[in-house]
Design a protein around this ligand. Structure first.
Ligand code: AMP
Ligand code: MG
Length: 480
């Protein structure tokens, strides 16, 4: 069977200055690592059955019929500093497919070779970041968090030079689009109002058909990002590199570089080796999202006939992000605590627990999972010093006394939002190390376990366990 992708390439019909037509640069000896057949079915793809053909397809050596490969251009603020031109420096979009349910998705090969936007880079990726993105983006999807997805991973058979000679790999990413805050910034910085208008129309048609004009789009993205950041924080996720080029208009998580799930809770937790000042620390994420949204608002200004009035409206809209985020975050926290009704003190109760967790060195995931049982006192065992937890439990019991749901229903609800399993850094690193030595079993085992994160499976207890001090991974690196 030959590959068939139901292509309908709309980005490729935008003006030529949105991208450069660019084919993937073929690789030496592609070898299949993984293909996500559940996702492929969801997209309505027909895939070849033999491995060599699959490897050639997902390496970019064979293009599926109807592909219109291109590299997108964008700009962005990286760590607050302006980069007037970025773009797909190591990624090539094959095109967009329309899934059987009518939804539109980009299919992109990451690590597909140099493009006009590669600057000094080689356009390639090594195995480590490819497997990281595969594992973590699929874990996020299983956790119910909006995200780009992993369709496939292949080895290229070529060496990539990083700290050493690393095995090259290519990741196939699926996204509802790759339109970023930085895409708008690119055209705004050039005063290219025609391009901005085309991008606005394209983005609204694609993601928010009910939105009206620039302010409608801005409002919709503010809501989507408030929900997204609250969902991240609800599972202890730290993106690590929330540059404006890594923030989508769709509200999907994108660009899994130095991201990480916290083990021990601390609001100032940072993993990224390049985030020296903690700009993208766990608890800073809402403020950074608001900062990025202010950049989006600025980029939309050239489309507004009355600039002064627009500045006033957009400022108010962006300032509204904080309250919107709080609403979403409090909703997430109430669900994590199993509170169905809403009381004024609920957020304070949740923050009190978080403070105690930070002081008591408690594992984020395990604390909430232990609370999701008929023995919530077990959560105390997650604390280095359980005394810090006990007074909180008294308050919590009092609060639960004012709920009308049965304990059984509450526990079922809590177990559906407080995962038993997250992609812990040390397990992700372990899977990568094994793969580099040619053993993909830990990668496949971790992936399949993460597909069902809300159920306890005794046979994967080792993957659920928090790392010992010696196992703990404290730093993560950019996905280059
Ligand atoms: P990121 O930090 O992954 O969001 O990437 C920032 C920018 O650097 C994007 O424009 C990427 O396309 C580019 N980039 C990252 N790695 C490479 C590479 N190996 N070769 C070329 N460009 C790259
Ligand atoms: Mg990026």
């Amino acid at each position: 069977m030959t590959a068939h992708f139901p292509f309908d390439n709309s980005y490729a019909t935008l003006p030529e200055r949105f991208f450069t037509r660019q084919s993937p640069v073929p690789v030496a000896t592609p070898k299949l690592i993984a293909v996500n057949t559940a996702l492929s079915d969801r997209l309505g793809l027909t895939l070849p059955s033999d491995e060599a053909a699959l490897a050639a397809l997902f390496a970019g050596n064979d293009l599926p019929e109807g592909a219109a490969p291109l590299a997108q251009v964008y700009a962005g603020h990286q760590f607050g500093g302006w980069s007037p031109q970025l773009g797909d420096g190591r990624a090539v979009m094959l095109g967009e497919v329309i899934a059987p349910d009518g939804a539109r998705f980009d299919i992109q090969l990451k690590g597909a070779g140099q493009t006009p936007y590669s600057r000094m880079g080689d356009g390639r990726a090594w195995l480590g970041p490819v497997l990281r993105e595969y594992i973590i983006s699929e874990a996020m999807a299983a956790l119910g968090i909006p995200t780009t997805r992993a369709l496939a991973a292949v080895e290229t058979g070529e060496v990539v030079l990083r700290e050493g000679r690393m095995p090259g790999a290519i990741f196939t990413r699926v996204a509802s689009s790759h339109i970023r805050v930085g895409t708008f910034q690119y055209f705004a910085a050039r005063n290219d109002t025609d391009a901005l208008q085309s991008l606005l129309d394209h983005t609204i048609a694609r993601h928010y058909p009910e939105a009206e004009g620039p302010s409608g789009l801005l409002g919709a993205v503010i809501v989507a990002q408030a929900k997204l950041i609250a969902a991240w924080m609800g599972v202890g996720f730290i993106h690590g590199v929330m540059n404006t080029d890594n923030m989508t208009l769709s509200g999907e998580t994108i660009d899994y570089g130095p991201c990480a799930f916290m083990d021990i809770y601390h609001p100032e937790m940072v993993f990224s080796s390049i985030d020296q000042f903690g700009r993208y620390a766990y608890a800073n994420q809402p403020q950074i999202a608001a900062w990025n949204l202010a950049q989006l608002a600025t980029a939309l200004l050239p489309l507004m006939p009355d600039r002064d009035a627009a500045i006033e409206d957009f400022t108010e809209a962006v300032n509204g992000f904080a309250a919107r985020f709080d609403t979403e975050w409090h909703r997430v926290l109430r669900a994590k605590l199993g509170l169905e009704t809403e009381e004024d003190g609920d957020a304070a109760l949740a923050f009190d627990l978080l403070n105690r967790m930070a002081q008591g060195g408690a594992d984020f995931t395990q604390t909430f999972r232990a609370l999701s049982s008929d023995t919530p006192q077990d959560a105390g065992k997650v604390f280095a010093a359980p005394v810090a937890f006990d007074p909180w439990l008294v308050e919590y019991h009092a609060r639960l006394g004012r709920e009308s749901r049965t304990d059984a229903d509450r526990i079922t609800g809590m177990r559906a939002v407080n995962p038993a399993l997250i992609p812990r850094n040390h397990r992700v690193e372990e899977a990568i190390q094994a793969a580099v030595s040619g053993d993909y079993a830990p990668f496949h085992r971790l992936n399949s376990a993460l597909a069902d994160p809300f159920t306890d499976h005794p046979e994967i207890e080792d993957l659920q366990r928090a790392p010992t001090e010696g196992e703990r991974v404290k730093q993560t690196f950019c996905g280059t």
